[in-house]
Design a protein around this ligand. Structure first.
Ligand SMILES: Cc1cc2nc3c(=O)[nH]c(=O)nc-3n(C[C@H](O)[C@H](O)[C@H](O)COP(=O)(O)O)c2cc1C
Length: 328
């Protein structure tokens, strides 16, 4: 039995202090879940002392977010236009973004049948306009607040790389045509040279890839299967984590995202060697349900659950959580 009246949940990561080992993973188009959604989520994260990672394909652009909340971590998707990418990275740097998260598991979008149904693929422009119109009519609150009040809905960071009119009705088609599929490990050199700060490579499941990340000079590895949205059947992040941690062997920080739904999930991941966990859908759901306040409440719930899990496992300092907690 241990005195658990004082708990330390804080962690240090890439020169940043986190009030608990949880961050908000990049979620594209979050400005469609709530009015200027990325700003609301970034503010909620700041209230709780946690990092918010802004997606390349966010609705709110970097400068709008950085003007309303602490400069976010910035997630990079590599478009084919390197001149545009260089300027975007320079902007993130100039705005004071502390970490660049380079996502490497989306050379093309996965097979997303739900997106076909919801009119995101341009399968039929008529169907997609009709589907969206029906959606709008059946959600009048969202239509007024977000669709009409939350404009512009263009993807703020990449609008300049798109034809006038944005991606039209074919978001996934635009990605397919514009994301750079030639990216390999050598491109980390290019990113490092353009960025000059800490880099986390996101989308790693394989220990050998994790070693490549270290060899390429990045400071962090995000174990992630993109929330299961890319390839059905790949292993879960939590199953991949221990081997990645062993492969990295302390030479980079290891994070995890995917399926984290409770404070207990966070403790399990940290005990298996993750420095921190990132959450995707939970903040998107909270944002859609109740905006900034609901995201704060959800983060406080995770904190309360993590506290229970720590007290009941006798873990007083999250940084000391190890595999012995899991009785493996
Ligand atoms: C709607 C949605 C949009 C996403 N957009 C991005 C993105 O723009 N960039 C990225 O690196 N990952 C993106 N992801 C993946 C998340 O960053 C994260 O890896 C995943 O959501 C974690 O799993 P979870 O949703 O189970 O927490 C997205 C995920 C969702 C659900």
């Amino acid at each position: 039995m241990r005195d658990t009246s004082r708990l330390d949940l804080t962690v240090e990561t890439l020169g940043q202090s986190m009030a608990m080992p949880i961050g908000l993973a990049p979620v594209g188009l979050a400005g469609m879940f709530a009015r200027r959604g990325e700003i609301q989520a970034a503010r909620a994260a700041a209230t709780e002392g946690l990092p918010f990672c802004l997606s390349t394909v966010s609705v709110c652009p970097l400068d709008e977010v950085a003007a309303a909340a602490p400069p976010p971590w910035f997630q990079l998707y590599m478009l084919k236009d390197r001149g545009y990418m260089r300027a975007l990275i320079a902007q993130a740097k100039a705005l004071g973004c502390p970490v660049l998260v380079f996502t490497v598991d989306l050379p093309i979008p996965g097979a997303r049948y739900r997106d076909v149904r919801s009119g995101f693929t341009g399968a039929s422009a008529f169907d997609s306009t009709l589907t969206r119109a029906l959606d709008g009519i059946s959600h009048p609150g969202w239509t007024l607040d977000v669709f009409l009040g939350g404009r512009p809905h263009s993807l703020g960071n990449v609008a300049g790389a798109m034809a006038a009119g944005g991606y039209g009705s074919d978001y996934l088609g635009w990605i397919k045509a514009n994301f750079d599929r030639t990216v390999t490990w050598k491109d980390i050199d290019w990113v490092r040279e353009a960025w000059g700060g800490p880099i986390v490579v996101k989308g790693v499941l394989d220990p050998e890839d994790a070693r490549e990340v270290v060899r390429a000079g990045a400071q962090g590895v995000m174990v992630s299967n993109h929330g299961g949205r890319q390839l059905d059947g790949v292993r879960s992040s939590i199953a991949a984590l221990p081997r990645v941690v062993d492969a990295v062997d302390g030479q980079a920080e290891v994070y995890l995202d995917g399926g984290v739904r409770s404070g207990l999930d966070v403790l399990k991941a940290v005990a298996l060697g993750a420095r921190a966990c990132f959450i995707g859908r939970p903040w998107a759901w909270a944002l859609g349900a109740g905006g900034e306040k609901a995201v704060v409440r959800m983060l406080q719930t995770l904190r309360a659950e993590l506290t229970v899990a720590m007290v009941l496992t006798g873990c007083t300092d999250i940084r000391q959580a190890g595999r012995e907690l899991l009785d493996l």
